[in-house]
Ligand binder design. Structure first.
Ligand SMILES: [Zn+2]
Ligand SMILES: [Zn+2]
Length: 396
């Protein structure tokens, strides 16, 4: 069953944001509060919102600086399990960002079918990891996009893209892509760093005067740069959280710069501890309302030209309210020490080592530490969801 809510968009919060936040995307002057109100939880129980949604604030003042023209935009965060896939539809134009892990073809194609789409105009491959490209080949053969925007490469989807004759374009910082009536600014990558996650294509899309940031698995210096670029514009309406909620992305400073009102984490059952309690805590501390595809199912947003956004959830419409490791929906991660652990609180005792991108902790001499070796207390490593390496068998 579908649950639906309607959220009237405001100018956003701008809290914790520098002065640059002022020039807003405001299409309605009565800004919502910084912390999204509980209003959305009192949603109507039906897929079709009642004619009078629970939005009481009328946009009495209608300071529409921008003409409310053009088609509505639909953005779908497809529940592909542990991976990423988003559909953007603007009028008759449809694009797909990433294709989830292998086996996602069916769910992506169902979502396209529900939108009445029979052909993709473009695909974006944020980076060539299997949880973003595994389901792409089948979708590419069936929906035959003419264009593909890639960062480092298209991974396993490359031959499918060539097979359908798609024109492959390297997306680089500074480019602006046409998504039908929309514009997508490429904020990353610039020069490649060599780390596929860090080199993810990051897109800032304006729809109805609201800003949506699609991050792939962005992290590190490129994420920091994206934060500083985004800080020059209005606060984000929505952040597609990078790297499935990994603690190595979505830093507090990034959140201070981007001030997302809503966040969606694309995540499924996994052994990495995604989304991590640290990331959830940071988002909550930033006043961001969080949804995940694991808990909420496929999430569909429809944005009117004037910026009215309606949300639809395939499962629950309840946001994530706890940093506690979720045990929901087949979610594993035995609810161990769930304290919000905002810090790398050192705490004495045993020291183990982690890497910049790995999910395990190790003994000092482990061969997995050849690229990076970051000391951390055993207690903190466990609290942050790291698992003991099966090769070096560190203390537990
Ligand atoms: Zn990745
Ligand atoms: Zn990923």
């Amino acid at each position: 069953m579908l649950a639906a809510i309607v959220v009237l968009g405001g100018a956003g919060c701008g809290s914790g944001r520098g002065s640059a936040a002022a020039g807003g995307a405001a299409s309605v002057s009565t800004a919502d509060t910084a912390t999204p109100t509980p209003r959305a939880t009192k949603k109507p129980k039906h897929a079709t919102p009642k004619p009078k949604p629970k939005v009481t604030k009328k946009p009495a003042v209608k300071p529409t600086k921008r003409p409310a023209a053009g088609p509505a935009t639909t953005i779908v965060f497809v529940n592909v399990g542990q991976g990423d896939s988003e559909i953007i539809k603007s009028g008759s134009w449809t694009g797909l960002i990433d294709g989830g892990p292998a086996g996602s073809e069916g769910v992506i194609e169902s979502a396209l079918g529900r939108l009445g789409v029979s052909r993709l105009n473009a695909v974006v491959v944020t980076h060539p990891h299997a949880d973003h490209t595994g389901g792409l080949s089948g979708v590419v053969y069936d929906y035959r996009p003419k264009l593909a925007y890639v960062g480092e490469g298209a991974g396993s989807a490359a031959s499918a893209l060539r097979g359908v004759g798609a024109h492959i374009i390297r997306a680089r910082r500074g480019m602006t892509l046409r998504f039908g009536a929309l514009r997508a600014k490429v904020l990353s990558p610039g020069p490649l760093s060599g780390d596929p996650n860090e080199d993810s294509v990051v897109l800032l899309v304006d729809a109805g005067g609201k800003e949506f940031l699609f991050t792939g698995d962005s992290t590190g210096a490129n994420e920091a740069l994206v934060g500083s670029i985004t800080a020059r514009g209005p606060p984000l309406y929505l952040l597609k959280v990078a790297h499935h909620g990994s603690s190595y992305s979505t830093s507090s400073s990034f959140l201070a710069e981007t001030s997302p009102k809503f966040a969606i984490i694309s995540v499924g059952h996994n052994s990495y501890g995604h989304p991590t309690p640290e990331t959830i805590s940071r988002l909550r501390a930033a006043g961001t309302r969080i949804y995940t595809t694991q808990k909420n199912g496929t999430i569909t947003l429809t944005v009117s030209p004037s910026g009215l956004v309606s949300w639809r959830f395939a499962r629950s419409s309840k946001p994530v309210t706890s940093a506690r490791r979720s045990s929901s929906a087949g979610g594993g991660g035995g609810g161990s020490s769930t304290s919000s652990a905002t810090s790398g609180s050192s705490g004495g005792g045993t020291i183990v080592y982690i890497t910049a991108t790995g999910e395990c902790y190790h003994r000092a001499g482990c061969r997995y530490l050849s690229h990076s070796k970051i000391p951390i207390s055993l207690k903190a490593a466990k609290a942050q969801g790291y698992r003991p390496c099966s090769v070096c068998d560190p203390p537990r």
